[in-house]
Design a protein around this ligand. Structure first.
Ligand code: IPM
Ligand code: MG
Length: 366
């Protein structure tokens, strides 16, 4: 099994290093190869997604990705910004199906900004379409407005569009995922205003006819944003487009107390995937041993389950993470009164110890 390791920027390198340590405890044989991506690749090779990195990602059985981005690149032209690396990987590898689970761990119920009773036991799966929509739609650009009240003024525009096959395949992914859960799908759109999302609703409804065992409801995105903070447990699988999925997945993530806990998987038609924590590169805390490596470790678990066919190894990682949480260890983002604050590396040590069966009960305060 060949894994491409793309740590990226900010906290990316620290969290990926800990996840790789955890992977190495699994008694499985991996070949890993590391390559630069994002701002780090721009610095080293003049491009956020160098040819060699893309080639490695394409050849590997799976990609473990850290995070990209730093404010210091905000002034670069768009094509050279770190974010283009992740967008380019999604497009070039055809990673159209993005799974973002939002699970509220029992021990972290109090870290949520919502009342504990609203989030206790929360387990939502957001399935975000990842290679279409306004993110990639052409044409886009700047020009002189060809019409309208400000005809002739400078304007910028993007294009929201979805083809039928793009909607069909993500709908199938959602219904099939729901079969393994509580058999409910909420499709989120803006059919009351946007032609693209009226079409989305029509096509999702058509595909649903093939899944009579699954309950489907449709919700406008503004209402979905509200319901997520009002009664998040009403959701099970949520399927939506690229733009709405970007926004709602951050909202859902925060319900669980910390975005630092949430993994993600982005899969293509062949089941190959890129696995990354749902959080970003957090340049403000980079290099300070403050970042939470658990989301990246849980992303490795998703990789083992979805792309590498080692569900037992995935279970081991997830149990090890549960174990360290139960033993009271917390990185700063999930710390609360009565628990023990540890850094990135010490959290890695604890997971490695749990995976090696050395379940030490001695907790050192830092
Ligand atoms: C995400 C991120 C990306 C996105 C950025 C970094 C391009 O916010 O993965 O959610 O908008 O998709
Ligand atoms: Mg986002």
């Amino acid at each position: 099994m060949k894994i491409a390791i793309l740590p990226g920027d900010g906290i990316g390198t620290e969290i990926v290093a800990q996840a790789v340590r955890a992977m190495q405890c699994l008694d499985l044989r991996f070949e890993t190869e590391t390559a630069a991506v994002g701002g780090a690749a721009y610095e080293a090779h003049g491009h956020p997604l160098p040819e060699a990195t893309l080639k490695l990602a394409k050849e590997a059985d799976a990609v473990l990705f850290g995070a990209v981005g730093d404010w210091k690149y905000d002034k670069l032209e768009r094509a050279l910004r770190p974010e283009q690396a992740i967008l380019g990987l999604r497009k070039n590898l055809g990673l159209f199906a993005n799974f973002r689970p939002a699970i509220c761990y029992e021990q972290l119920t109090h870290a949520s900004s919502l009342k504990p009773e609203l989030v206790a036991g929360l387990d939502i799966l957001i399935i975000r379409e990842l290679t279409g929509d306004i993110y990639f739609g052409q044409p886009r650009g700047r020009r002189e407005a060809p019409d309208g009240p400000f005809k002739g003024a400078q304007e910028a525009f993007d294009t929201m569009r979805y083809t039928r096959p793009e909607i069909e395949r993500i709908a199938h992914v959602a219904f099939q995922a729901a079969r393994k859960r509580s058999k409910r799908v909420t499709s989120v759109d803006k059919a009351n205003v946007l032609e693209t999302f009226q079409f989305w609703r029509d096509v999702v409804t058509e595909v649903h006819a093939q899944y009579p065992d699954i309950e489907l409801d449709h919700m406008y995105v503004d209402n979905a944003a509200m319901q997520l903070v009002k009664a998040p447990k009403r959701f099970d699988v949520v399927v939506t487009g690229n733009m709405f999925g970007d926004i709602l997945s951050d909202e859902a993530a925060m319900l669980t107390g910390s975005i630092g806990m949430l993994p993600s998987a982005s899969l293509n038609e062949a089941g190959r995937g890129l696995y990354e924590p749902s959080h970003g590169s957090a340049p403000d805390i980079a290099g300070k041993d403050l970042a939470n490596p658990l989301a990246t470790m849980l992303s490795v678990a998703m990789m083992l389950r979805f792309s590498l066919n080692h569900p037992e190894a995935a279970d081991r990682i997830e149990s090890a993470v549960q174990h360290v949480l139960a033993s009271g260890l917390r990185t700063a983002d999930i710390w609360s009164e009565g628990t023990t604050k540890v850094g990135t590396r010490a959290m890695g040590d604890a997971v490695v110890a749990a995976l090696s069966g050395k379940t030490t009960k001695t907790i050192t305060k830092s």
